[in-house]
Design a protein around this ligand. Structure first.
Ligand SMILES: [Zn+2]
Ligand SMILES: [Zn+2]
Ligand SMILES: [Zn+2]
Ligand SMILES: [Zn+2]
Ligand SMILES: [Zn+2]
Ligand SMILES: [Zn+2]
Ligand SMILES: [Zn+2]
Length: 537
C-alpha cells in the first residue's frame, strides 16, 4: 500500500492559480499535487459477510486441493497449520517437498490399501479400552491407527469442548496426525448432534481466527462481518457496517500514531482520567512553579524573583523559599537557609517532584490539544447537514456556474485533515518524550526533530482552521463574485491541506521514525481518500 500519489475527492475544475492571500503559514501545493487524475489508492480489502464466509473458505480449500490433489479435510489441516496462507503452502511445497509439507502440518496420506487391510479381521481389540469389538464398531484414521468408536467419540468430545476442534490429533501414542473431520463429525453427531454443529462452526471460524489476513470487525454490537486484506496489515479499513478501524490493533483508526503509541496513549488517558481534578490542581501548581511571580506566604502579594537565589523577600519583609513557597528565616549560607528545612535530601526530592510535575504538564499540553481537535472534529462532522442546506440554497439561485462539489469536498478535506492533526498530538507526545526513544536520540537530535515536526504540524493546523472558517461563512448569501472568490479559496486550501497531511506523514515515516529503525512503530500510510472502504467479496 505504498501509493501516496493518488488524489481523491478533488474538484473537476481544480484551481491551479496562485492564492492571493498568501501570508505566513500558508503553503502552495507541491507541483505533484496539482494533477487531478485519480491514480487511485489500491483497493485491497474485502468484507466477508456471514453468508460468504463458507464460500471464501471453500475457495482457498479448493486451490490447495487442486494443486496437491488432496481431500478437503487434508487441505483444511494444511491451511489451518499455515494460517490460511495459500501462498505459504505453495512455497513450502516447492521448497521442502510434499512430504515435509504434510509432516509439519500433521497430515497423513496413506495408501487406501493399507487402510482397507485393517478391516480384514472381523474382531479387533481396542488398544485404549482393551475391549474386543467387531470391525464395524471401529474407525481407522488416515495415519492407520484403529480404535473403537466409543473411545474415539469420547476423545473427540473432550477435544471439542476443550476448544481444540481445529487440531484434534490421533489417540495413538506419539502420533501427531490430525483426525479426519468427516469421521469426527459422523461419530460425534451420533452422540451429540449439537456438539457436531459446534464443531463445524469452529472449523468455519478458523478461517477468521487462524488467519492473519482476516479479522472480525470490532463493532459492538457485532455486525457479523469480517475483513480480509491482501497486503500490509498496517492499514486502516472501513467495514460495510460503517465502522473505521486499525486492522492491526482493531482500535479506532489512529494514524499517524503507531499502534504501540496509541495503546500507551489510551492507557495513559485511563490512568489520568481517574484523577482529572488532581491534574487540574497539579497543573496549577506547575503553573506556579513556572511563573516568575509568586505570592508571599504571609501577605499574598506578588513577589518577583531577581537573579538565581531561591531565597526571596517580600516587600512586607517576609523571606520565603522560591522552590517550595514556604516562609523562611532571613540568614542563609550556601548550604542552608535559616529556619528552613530545604536540606540536600529534600532538595533532591523536590527536583523529583518537579520532574513529575513537568512530565504531567507536558502530558496536559498534548492532551488538551488532542481533546480540543477531537471536539472540533465532532462539531465539523455536524456541519455537513448545514452545508447541504447551503448548497441547496445556492442551487436555487440564478448563477452561471452550478457546480458546488467544492463545498462538500472541502468539508471532506477538513474532517480528514482534522483527524490526522488530532492523532498527531499523541504521536508527538511519545515521539519527543522520554518513554519510547530516550536512548535512541540525543536531546539535540530530539530538539531538531521536534522543531521540524512542529513547523509542519502548526502549518497544517493554521490551514485547517482557515478551511474551517471559510466553510462556516454564509457563502450561500454571497454575490457571484464573492462566491467565486470563496470557492477558489476553499478549493486551493483543500489541496494545500491534503498536501500538508501527506508531507507530515512522510516526515514522520522517513525523518522521525525512519532513522530509529523502529519496526514496532509502523504507521498506516496516509490516504487522501481516507480510510479504505472494504469492498464486497
Ligand atoms: Zn476402545
Ligand atoms: Zn495415529
Ligand atoms: Zn462491521
Ligand atoms: Zn493500530
Ligand atoms: Zn509579604
Ligand atoms: Zn543567596
Ligand atoms: Zn524550600
Amino acid at each position: 500500500m505504498g501509493d501516496d500519489s493518488g488524489y481523491g475527492n478533488c474538484d473537476d475544475e481544480f484551481y491551479n492559480g496562485a492564492y492571493d492571500d498568501n501570508d505566513e503559514g500558508f503553503e502552495e501545493p507541491d507541483s505533484d499535487g496539482e494533477s487531478c487524475g485519480s491514480i487511485g489508492e489500491a483497493f485491497s480489502c474485502k468484507v466477508i459477510r456471514k453468508e460468504s464466509l463458507l464460500a471464501a473458505q471453500k475457495n482457498d480449500l479448493q486451490r490447495v486441493m487442486d494443486l496437491l490433489s488432496l481431500k478437503e479435510h487434508h487441505a483444511r489441516t494444511l491451511l489451518i497449520h499455515y494460517r490460511w496462507d495459500v501462498d505459504k503452502v505453495f512455497t513450502v511445497f516447492v521448497e521442502k517437498g510434499v512430504e515435509q509439507l504434510y509432516k509439519e502440518a500433521g497430515v497423513s496420506v496413506v495408501e487406501s490399501e493399507y487402510l482397507s487391510s485393517s478391516h480384514v479381521s472381523s474382531n479387533i481389540s481396542c488398544e485404549i479400552c482393551y475391549e474386543d469389538v467387531s470391525a464395524n464398531e471401529t474407525t481407522t484414521m488416515d495415519c492407520g491407527h484403529c480404535f473403537c468408536n466409543e473411545c474415539w467419540t469420547k476423545h473427540f468430545i473432550v477435544k471439542i469442548n476443550d476448544g481444540q476442534s481445529r487440531r484434534i490429533t490421533c489417540m495413538a501414542d506419539k502420533c501427531y496426525s490430525i483426525c479426519d473431520e468427516g469421521k469426527i463429525r459422523n461419530l460425534v453427531s451420533v452422540r451429540d448432534p449439537q456438539l457436531a454443529e459446534k464443531f463445524d462452526n469452529f472449523l468455519l471460524e478458523s478461517y477468521i481466527e487462524d488467519n492473519e489476513r482476516v479479522k472480525w470487525c470490532p463493532s459492538v454490537p457485532h455486525c457479523g462481518n469480517a475483513i480480509r486484506i491482501e497486503n500490509d496489515k498496517y492499514c486502516e479499513v472501513e467495514c460495510a457496517c460503517g465502522l473505521q478501524f486499525c486492522f492491526n490493533c482493531l482500535s479506532e483508526a489512529h494514524s499517524p500514531c503507531s499502534c504501540v503509541m496509541w495503546e500507551l496513549w489510551l492507557k495513559k488517558q485511563e490512568k489520568e482520567s481517574e484523577s482529572v481534578d488532581w491534574i487540574k490542581k497539579e497543573s496549577e501548581s506547575v503553573d506556579w512553579i513556572m511563573k516568575n511571580v509568586k505570592s508571599c506566604p504571609k501577605c499574598h502579594k506578588p513577589v518577583e524573583k531577581n537573579g538565581g537565589c531561591n531565597l526571596v523577600q517580600c516587600v512586607c519583609g517576609q523571606p520565603f523559599c522560591w522552590l517550595c513557597g514556604n516562609a523562611t528565616g532571613l540568614e542563609h549560607t550556601w548550604t542552608r537557609i535559616a529556619n528552613h528545612e530545604c536540606g540536600r535530601y529534600k532538595d533532591e526530592h523536590g527536583q523529583e517532584i518537579e520532574r513529575a510535575r513537568k512530565e504531567l504538564w507536558r502530558y496536559t499540553h498534548y492532551y488538551n490539544r488532542y481533546q480540543a481537535h477531537t471536539e472540533s472534529l465532532k462539531a465539523e462532522e455536524n456541519m455537513k447537514e448545514k452545508l447541504h442546506q447551503k448548497v441547496a440554497a445556492l442551487e436555487s439561485r440564478e448563477f452561471k456556474t452550478k457546480d458546488y462539489i467544492w463545498v462538500l469536498s472541502g468539508h471532506y478535506r477538513l474532517t480528514r485533515a482534522r483527524q490526522i492533526l488530532l492523532y498527531s498530538y499523541p504521536f508527538a507526545y511519545f515521539m519527543f518524550g522520554d518513554e519510547l526513544f530516550k536512548n535512541e536520540m540525543s536531546s539535540e537530535e530530539n530538539t531538531i526533530k521536534q522543531n521540524l515536526f512542529e513547523d509542519q504540524q502548526q502549518q497544517l493546523e493554521t490551514n485547517i482552521e482557515r478551511l474551517s472558517m471559510l466553510l462556516e461563512e454564509p457563502f450561500d448569501k454571497f454575490d457571484e463574485d464573492k462566491l467565486s472568490e470563496t470557492r477558489m479559496k476553499i478549493i486551493n486550501l483543500s489541496a494545500v491541506t491534503d498536501n500538508l497531511c501527506k508531507k507530515l506523514s512522510n516526515c514522520i515515516e522517513s525523518e522521525l521514525l525512519g532513522p530509529l529503525q523502529q519496526a514496532t512503530h509502523i504507521i498506516a500510510p496516509y490516504r487522501s481518500n481516507g480510510v479504505e472502504k472494504a469492498s464486497e467479496l
